[in-house]
Design a protein around this ligand. Structure first.
Ligand SMILES: NC(=O)c1ccc[n+]([C@@H]2O[C@H](COP(=O)([O-])OP(=O)(O)OC[C@H]3O[C@@H](n4cnc5c(N)ncnc54)[C@H](O)[C@@H]3O)[C@@H](O)[C@H]2O)c1
Length: 429
């Protein structure tokens, strides 16, 4: 009998270029020692449950036919239906969609939502297509993946280059094929179609809530604390506003248009108005412009990367002078930077926990769609805050027990929940 390698790779991936899936596999290997007897099931996490590749042909406005490659990956559904976004991007690959689906399994389990993890994508550049071409792609893609999605099977949501309108087309296409209106097949829908109040602000609000919990743990008062935010869009803008309203001082903000700094604290409401008027923080009058690299070296209580992945690297991590770093963006810190931050005593709240507010309110949207009964924004925010606080405290407890980072602890909590479900369900047949 030949020896099995540690995790035999699927034949459809190139072992020399594993891409994001390779990073995810390393993360699973890192938590395996903390899984106790559940480690027996860990191979389950190293294979997506279901991978669907579809051809998406559409007629372009000029009468020719174009074909696009589409994916839907369900990484794990042990704890509930698949849940995860759909992105439209010319560089989407299967490895990337597999990893994003796996990270959704982790995020959903870390926050204890009754979902597995899934993700979808179509390889296209939406800037090269008209609105009606994008609508045709969306509808054909939805029809093609219709065999595996559904309100109790797998529930897509918006991601990069998709939005509430995309979700409305997906919901309509699925409903037409089923012959019944199925609002619960996607989340992130327009309010007029069963969308949820509070969804737009949910991720930024979740970032703020877990930041406050981390601050309490670290003995840092939020009132009067300095806050530095990269990205002043949906996530960063909302988090900055909530910090400002809680009496913290947002001393610097950076986006694709520039970096602004005011040691006495920026007036966040006026900065938000400036961003909506001009498209970015650059040129804001009540602050000084500083260079992009200085931004990462500012002394601050909170640093919130809420823009892009890969921003804190081994090149700048050793100069970070923040007490608490809360990851609003997905993957803003590279693994090497993570080790440097830990050595320097920076307390990092990882993305899978910190930015889970969005999927949490997506869960509320789905629950409201099922019950056909809609909650007030106040109820939604209260429930969101409770779930985020509970998620933070169970991850922080595991981090303390094992003396590990919150990132490793979030993976331990999530993998434990997924594999416990796997174990009690048993193997079919
Ligand atoms: N919106 C959500 O519900 C949600 C949920 C989970 C995770 N996230 C993640 O949060 C991040 C931000 O998402 P969002 O919804 O706020 O997006 P957004 O488009 O509203 O805002 C993005 C911000 O990033 C800034 N930015 C872009 N390029 C930049 C650059 N080169 N340097 C500095 N800043 C730059 C933009 O100027 C903008 O302020 C992404 O990583 C996203 O994946 C978002």
């Amino acid at each position: 009998m030949s020896q099995q390698p540690a995790h035999p790779l699927p034949s459809y991936l190139d072992p020399q270029h594993l891409g994001p899936w390779g990073i995810y596999l390393q993360q699973v290997d890192r938590v395996t020692p903390y899984l106790g007897s559940l480690a027996r099931w860990v191979e389950t996490l190293k294979r997506p449950k279901r991978t669907l590749i579809v051809d998406v042909p559409i007629e372009l406005d000029n009468g020719t036919v174009a074909h696009y490659e589409g994916y839907r990956v369900q990484h794990n559904t042990s704890r509930g239906p698949g849940k995860g976004g759909v992105r439209f991007h010319q560089d989407v690959t299967l490895s990337e969609v597999m990893a994003l689906a796996a990270w959704m399994s982790i995020k959903n389990a870390a926050v204890n939502l009754p979902y597995g993890g899934a993700k979808g994508g179509v390889r296209l550049d939406p800037r090269n297509l008209s609105q009606s071409e994008i609508e045709r792609v969306t509808r054909r893609y939805t029809s093609e993946i219709g065999v595996i999605i559904g309100p109790s099977k797998d529930i897509p949501a918006p991601d990069v280059n998709t939005n509430a309108q995309t979700m409305a087309w997906m919901m309509d296409t699925y409903s037409m094929n089923e012959g019944a209106t199925a609002t619960g097949v996607v989340t992130g829908k327009p309010i007029a179609l069963g969308g949820s109040l509070g969804r737009v602000e949910a991720t930024g609000r979740g970032v703020f809530v877990v930041a406050c919990e981390a601050a309490r743990d670290q003995g840092v008062p939020v009132e009067g604390a300095r806050v530095v935010v990269q990205g002043f869009g949906n996530v960063g803008g909302t988090a900055a506003r909530l910090f400002h309203e809680a009496g913290a001082k947002v001393i610097a903000a950076q986006d694709h248009t520039g970096t602004v700094h005011n040691a006495n604290g920026l007036d966040v409401h006026r900065l938000l108005a400036h961003v909506s008027r001009t498209g970015g923080v650059g040129g804001f009058g009540e602050a000084e412009a500083i260079d992009a690299e200085t931004f990462w070296h500012l002394e601050t209580e909170f640093l919130i990367p809420a823009a892009l992945e890969g921003q804190i690297t081994k090149a700048n991590a050793s100069q970070v002078r923040a007490k608490i770093l809360v990851e609003g963006a997905n993957g803003p810190t590279t693994p090497e930077a993570d080790d440097i931050l830990r050595e320097n005593g920076v307390y990092v709240v990882p993305d899978v926990l910190a930015n889970a507010g969005g999927v949490t309110v997506s869960y509320f949207e789905w629950v409201q769609d099922f019950s056909m009964f809609f909650w007030s924004e106040e109820e939604i925010n209260q429930r969101l805050e409770r779930l985020m606080r509970e998620a933070y405290s169970s991850v922080a407890l595991v981090a303390r027990e094992h003396n590990i980072t919150l990132r490793t602890a979030a993976f331990v909590v999530a993998c434990t929940r997924i594999l416990q479900a796997r174990q009690v369900r048993g193997l079919y047949p």
